[in-house]
Design a protein around this ligand. Structure first.
Ligand code: KG4
Ligand code: ZN
Length: 340
């Protein structure tokens, strides 16, 4: 089974070609350099750049995979969530290809794609029930899965996402977007010396990070003011922020483990590229329950990419869960429609 997958939900234009679960090509053009000037993603600019780049990405994905168009069996694309004008570009390209090649379309959920990214190049399959935590720039969500593709949302952030919190703190410190990799680097030489609030450590599965971000902002403002006797240590602040985020995330994971039988934990989303956070979760699980297997995507599949949409589509086909808006529109039918 050959799947061509398209991802354009935010600031990465990406097309991947998979043969079953194997990635034959995964070409991504990131807009980070252009978007950095604005401190975040500007939707109109993102859409313009997707249009500029998508043809080149498609051409390179096909040539790297060494696949003739006729060999493609399915066209998958990110349907939601994301920036609407960016999603529309991916959808139109996917529909055009599906029509031209006369192949079925598979609309995919971006967040489910982040979760399935951990099965790219994986030696084992998940054992159910599974718990999935998505931590990205736009989302922080906990899911319970009884079986494949059966996503039950347990809880999500009430305000900022984890990645958003890192991005905002990076800007407050005078650095650029995206903030996650910058905070991670700063934290490497820092100590956990700033006590930050462990927000929303309550009896729910919901998260909240805006109070944490505000607490960091207050520290920056206080220690930046001329009258302050203490000089701001940005490495320590970055380290303290990562520690606090890790504590909050593992608190919620532990809460699920205390209430439900879980055999597999899956992490997904751009923030999973952070070695400190994943290391913290790994250590926590080692202490808590050695039998639970942790699945993490390879670093290159953490941030937005089309390969994760491709593998999700693979499982959708496997389990006949390809809810598609326009399954197999034949050219013949269309012609007839026109004449009528
Ligand atoms: O999943 P993603 O590429 O896009 C969304 O779906 O939102 O995630 C982007 C987020 C950004 O907030 C970025 O700062 C964060 O992932 N990120 C990281 C790291 N690399 C990217 N956060 C922490 N550590 C990293 N190394
Ligand atoms: Zn994403």
């Amino acid at each position: 089974m050959i799947i061509l997958a398209i991802e354009t939900s935010c600031d990465e234009t990406s097309i991947a070609i998979l043969e079953n679960k194997r990635v034959l090509s995964n070409i991504t053009i990131s807009q980070i350099w252009e978007q950095q000037k604005y401190g975040g993603v500007v939707p109109d600019l993102a859409a313009k750049l997707h249009l500029e780049n998508i043809q080149k990405v498609l051409k390179n994905a096909l040539s790297e995979a060494q696949i003739k168009q006729e060999k493609i069996d399915y066209i998958a694309y990110t349907e939601k969530p994301g920036l609407v004008i960016c999603l529309q570009i991916g959808k139109v390209i996917a529909e055009t290809l599906a029509l031209y090649l006369n192949k079925p379309l598979i609309p995919c959920n971006h967040l489910e794609g982040h979760v399935y990214a951990s099965l790219l190049k994986a030696k084992h399959e998940w054992k159910f029930p599974a718990l999935a935590l998505v931590i990205s720039g736009g989302h922080t969500q906990l899911y319970y899965l009884k079986k494949h593709l059966d996503f039950e949302l347990l809880g999500e952030t009430l305000d900022d996402a984890v990645g958003e919190c890192l991005d905002k703190v990076s800007l407050l410190l005078g650095y650029t977007y995206p903030g996650g990799p910058i905070i991670e680097k700063l934290a490497l030489t820092g100590k956990n010396s700033y006590p930050l609030p462990l927000t929303k450590l309550d009896n729910t599965f919901a998260f909240s990070f805006s109070g944490l971000k505000t607490a960091v902002r207050r520290i920056i403002e206080r220690e930046h003011s001329k009258s302050s006797p203490k000089k701001l240590n940005i490495n320590d602040l970055a380290c303290s922020l990562q520690y606090t985020l890790a504590k909050i995330l593992t608190f919620k994971i532990e809460k699920v483990l205390n209430e439900k039988k879980i055999n597999t934990i899956v992490l997904g989303g751009g923030v999973v590229a952070n070695k400190y956070l994943t290391g913290y979760v790994q250590q926590f699980l080692q202490k808590k329950n050695k039998k639970i297997k942790l699945f993490l995507p390879h670093k290159k599949y953490c941030t937005d990419n089309a390969a994760m949409i491709g593998i999700l589509a693979y499982y959708k086909v496997k389990f006949k869960n390809t809810t598609s808006v326009h399954n197999k529109i034949t050219r013949k039918k269309l012609k007839r429609k026109k004449i009528e």
